[in-house]
Write a protein that binds this ligand. Structure first.
Ligand SMILES: *Cc1c(COP(=O)(O)O)cnc(C)c1O
Length: 415
């Protein structure tokens, strides 16, 4: 557990971890899907629970010695149910992708039609991308956003639902800067006798903190990652109505997975406990306030944002308007110590490996205690980098300024 035993037993590996610690401490993390877990979550993830096999579910395991891991999994389930008001929860999926796979496989047959958001408009690989299991196993049809305002095109959703009669409609996205109207999707699903799943991987922390409407009352299934805005360990979870509980549970195990990662389930329990504390509401509120200030700062500096702004923790910047590509912008920002990812924008004229946009999120910096004033500074650095993207000396100077600035802010688990 302690750092010193790793240092003495495997100095080579330890050195790489040290470098990553320095990177996390000295840089500005703006990848919208990342965050910093608390020291308590980290500690739980690093416990001896990793030694335990616990195939099955609490009270119904295939191995002996599960009395304490049963307590832990029950705690994780109870807290998740309380946090989101879900009828049933399965905390065993190893990641968000496995959670989605579990839902699809629990109630659909290979070849069934699913209607979900287009990856190029903000959707996710597991929503039907051709190289992903989802696109190979199921017949996905995709809706997107309107070209005029970059909001979800509900007329198109209705039209495609009528035309293709999907067995399931999926809402949720990885790169959509606006609040999603779950009630409206639910109505369309109901009218077309489709099951309704929401993948709130990105904004589940905002739902937990009361800053985004909850999909739980509207959807048959809700999946999420636990490591994005929710700020827990790298993992996933499925929630569903009671009538699907048995199907989901037997699809996760033995359908898709073997033994659950009990150390990670313990860390999820800690995360859900933290999300239930009143201070998590303050965190979620600050994430959104910070995104708003950062968006305003970028727009004032001449950057065009997809949909013109943001309602949540993320924004998509079209950098072609300032004669850059997403790849060049990402690389220049990286050289200056600012981490973002290149991203397709709706109706992108460029290719996925060098798209027109970058995606920026405020969840991680907010965890470091940064507020509106810091967001103005961060926005200023981003603008300076984008305007001097090929000036290596300028980027090195900004990197130095940022390292000095960032070091003053705590990173949980690092200090
Ligand atoms: C991140 C994400 C996932 C997948 O999560 P992994 O843990 O990386 O497998 C699924 N759906 C959406 C919408 C996501 O943003």
């Amino acid at each position: 557990m302690s750092r010193s035993s790793l240092e003495s037993s495997d100095p080579q590996l330890w050195q790489s971890v040290q470098h990553e610690r320095t990177r996390q401490k000295e840089g500005l993390e703006l990848i919208a899907s990342e965050n910093y877990t608390s020291a308590a979550v980290l500690e739980a993830a690093g416990t001896i629970l990793t030694n335990k096999y616990a195939e099955g579910y609490p009270g119904k395991r295939y191995y002996g010695g599960c009395e304490f891991v049963d307590e832990i999994e029950n705690l994780a389930r109870d807290r998740a149910k309380q946090l989101f008001g879900a009828e049933h929860v399965n905390v065993q999926p190893h990641a968000g992708s496995q959670a989605n796979m579990a839902v699809y496989m629990s109630v659909l047959q290979p070849g069934d039609t699913i209607l979900a958001m287009d990856l190029a408009h903000g959707g996710h690989l597991t929503h039907g991308f051709g190289l992903n299991f989802s696109g190979k196993l199921f017949n996905f049809k995709h809706y997107g956003v309107r070209q005029s305002d970059h909001r979800i095109d509900f007329d198109q959703v209705v039209r495609l639902a009528k035309e293709f009669k999907p067995k399931m409609i999926v809402a949720g996205a990885s790169a959509y800067p606006r609040e999603i109207d779950h009630a409206k999707f639910a109505e369309i699903a109901r009218e077309n006798e489709a099951l309704f799943m929401v993948d709130m991987a990105h904004y589940s922390g905002l739902v937990a903190g009361g800053m985004h409407n909850s999909p739980v009352p509207h959807a048959d299934f809700v999946t999420t990652t636990t490591h994005k805005t929710l700020r827990g360990p790298r993992s996933g979870m499925v929630m569903c109505r009671e009538k699907f509980a048995k199907d989901v549970d037997k699809t996760v195990f033995p359908g898709l997975q073997g033994g659950p990662l009990m150390h990670i389930i313990a860390a999820k329990a800690v995360c859900f406990g933290e999300c239930l504390a009143p201070s998590f509401k303050d965190y979620a509120k600050q994430v959104v306030a910070n995104a708003q200030v950062l968006a305003d700062t970028l727009v004032a500096g001449g950057i065009r944002l997809v949909s013109g702004g943001t309602d949540n923790h993320l924004m998509l910047c079209d950098v072609t308007a300032i004669d850059l590509s997403g790849k060049i912008a990402e690389q220049a920002l990286d050289k200056a110590g600012i981490t973002v990812n290149k991203n397709m924008i709706p109706y992108d004229q460029r290719k996925a490996l060098d798209p027109s946009g970058i995606r920026i999120g405020t969840a991680a910096l907010t965890t470091r205690g940064m507020k509106e004033a810091e967001m103005k500074q961060v926005g200023g650095w981003i603008l300076r980098v984008l305007k001097a993207s090929s000036d290596e000396a300028a980027l090195a100077k900004i990197r130095h300024e940022i390292a000095e600035f960032a070091t003053a802010y705590n990173v949980p688990g690092i200090g």
